[in-house]
Design a protein around this ligand. Structure first.
Ligand SMILES: *[C@@H]1O[C@H](CO)[C@@H](O)[C@H](O)[C@H]1NC(C)=O
Ligand SMILES: *[C@@H]1O[C@H](CO)[C@@H](O)[C@H](O)[C@H]1NC(C)=O
Length: 436
């Protein structure tokens, strides 16, 4: 039954969007003013036409941003006009922006390596550099860091995470804070924040943060989707906007690779906010947990479920802290989720650069867009009390944040993480008391 309907959907969609690999010649990004929720929902429907929605916007407050290929531009802009949606050109030439981005990255690497060696969290580091950093931190701090090789990606890269604990994960009175980054390949600003968090806890623990190391156990997975991430680095002008994994199954598609990890979980997998076309950015995979990368995150959660108090799934961009569920239903503890998310936002906002928006906090479906099968919802459903998606700033550049912003992004985001970690401790202690 499932297979049959999937097959049908594939046939229907394959004519629409065609191949994934392309250069960005003639691509442009357009801003759209949103008056209400219906406008915002309409933006999401454009995804099934192959539109890459950079930002879903928020009515009367944040404009949506959509990337259009020359093939569909006229049709989509006409449709916006028909609906009386005001729109404007935001970025006329994506190809040129990608070239400039690549130059900025090369310049950053060469200038900084002349002056001093960059830490991997001060740069858009490659898989091998991130891996070497994890190995080194674990080797130099065996008393508090345990490196875990969780398994292989589709292309066979080891997916590693660190466990950080002063009590070797044996003290059940401590909550676990589980953070991951780069489920989506193009969200390059997220691994630096994960690596910087490791740095602050292990190599650069400051007096004011000692409680974070002593009272909390940490699981930090800086590169959830190494294949997609490496692919996006290999040829910046062509592959920089890659989002999914790099799995390949000729029985599903002979031309298109990968699936969206953040649509590949349960619950209600494959139902809303997805496009069942293997060539789409929003392809949820052939079934829930089809991707080895998704299974690794699931298994970390299940192994430590009794103590994970917060799951923080880091994405970019747009300054959001969101929580479940993607079907517009609120979890029972929504008030507390709102509280912790707002406290995070409140500790990051005062540090923000003028280029960034203030953080917005809320249910992911009610503030942004509906989804099924995302990590945030999986964590919440299986019993992680605080399961969040954090959308880091884009500083007006969307996914193409110039590397000069990385340092600020790291220190600002760390403050939010620290705040949520302290609250996780408070709530976890209360939970332990009520359960005993
Ligand atoms: C990168 O793109 C260029 C231009 O299309 C192509 O010639 C080259 O082979 C690509 N390189 C890689 C490593 O994909
Ligand atoms: C939305 O999802 C949650 C979590 O899976 C579920 O408990 C709830 O019943 C769903 N709500 C609707 C209206 O389907």
């Amino acid at each position: 039954m499932c297979r049959f309907s999937l097959g049908l959907v594939l046939v229907l969609f394959s004519a629409v969007s065609g191949e994934q690999q392309h250069d960005y010649k003639g691509y442009s990004v357009h801003g759209v003013k949103l008056q209400n929720r219906a406008d915002q929902r309409f933006i999401q429907t454009l995804e099934s036409k192959g539109v890459d929605v950079w930002n879903y916007g928020h009515p009367l407050d944040r404009d949506a941003l959509i990337m259009l290929s020359p093939e569909i531009r006229t049709e989509v802009l006409d449709e916006l006009d028909e609906r009386d949606l005001t729109h404007y050109l935001h970025l006329a030439n994506v190809e040129e922006a990608l070239k400039k981005h690549e130059e900025e990255i090369n310049e950053w690497k060469s200038t900084n390596s002349r002056n001093s060696r960059l830490f991997p969290f001060q740069d858009y580091s490659r898989y091998a550099e991130i891996d070497a950093y994890l190995e080194r931190v674990a080797a130099e701090h065996p008393d508090i860091v345990t490196l875990v090789n969780a398994g292989k990606s589709f292309e066979g890269r080891d997916i590693k995470y660190v466990k950080i604990s002063t009590t070797n994960f044996k003290d059940s009175s401590k909550p676990i804070y589980f953070m991951d980054a780069a489920m989506h390949a193009r969200e390059w600003v997220t691994p630096p924040v994960a690596l910087y968090s490791i740095h602050r806890l292990v190599e650069n623990l400051r007096d004011q943060d000692k409680d974070l190391l002593e009272n909390i156990d940490w699981i930090i997975l800086p590169l959830a989707n190494p294949d997609g991430y490496e692919f996006s680095h290999e040829n910046v002008t062509e592959n920089r906007m890659w989002r999914g994994t790099r799995s390949f199954n000729p029985e599903v598609s002979a031309t298109c690779y990968g699936a969206d990890i953040n649509r590949n979980f349960e619950p209600f997998w494959g139902t809303i906010g997805v496009v069942h076309d293997p060539c789409s950015l929003l392809y949820p995979g052939s079934e829930a947990f089809s991707e080895p990368e998704t299974r690794i995150i699931r298994d970390i959660m299940l192994e430590h479920l009794d103590r994970i108090q917060i799951y923080m799934d880091m994405h970019s961009y747009g300054n959001w802290v969101t929580f479940g569920f993607g079907n517009e239903t609120l979890p029972d503890n929504a008030v507390h989720l709102q509280f912790v998310g707002s406290a995070m936002g409140a500790s990051m906002d005062p540090l923000k650069l003028p280029e960034a928006d203030l953080y917005k906090v809320g249910n992911s479906a009610l503030t942004m867009y509906v989804t099924s099968g995302c990590g945030q919802d999986f964590g919440q459903t299986i019993g992680i009390p605080f399961s969040f998606t954090l959308e880091l700033p884009g500083y007006g550049f969307g996914f193409l944040v110039p590397p000069r912003f990385i340092e600020h992004m790291n220190s600002e985001s760390w403050e939010g993480i620290a705040t949520s970690a302290r609250l996780s401790r408070t709530y976890y202690s209360a939970r332990m008391r009520s359960e005993s």
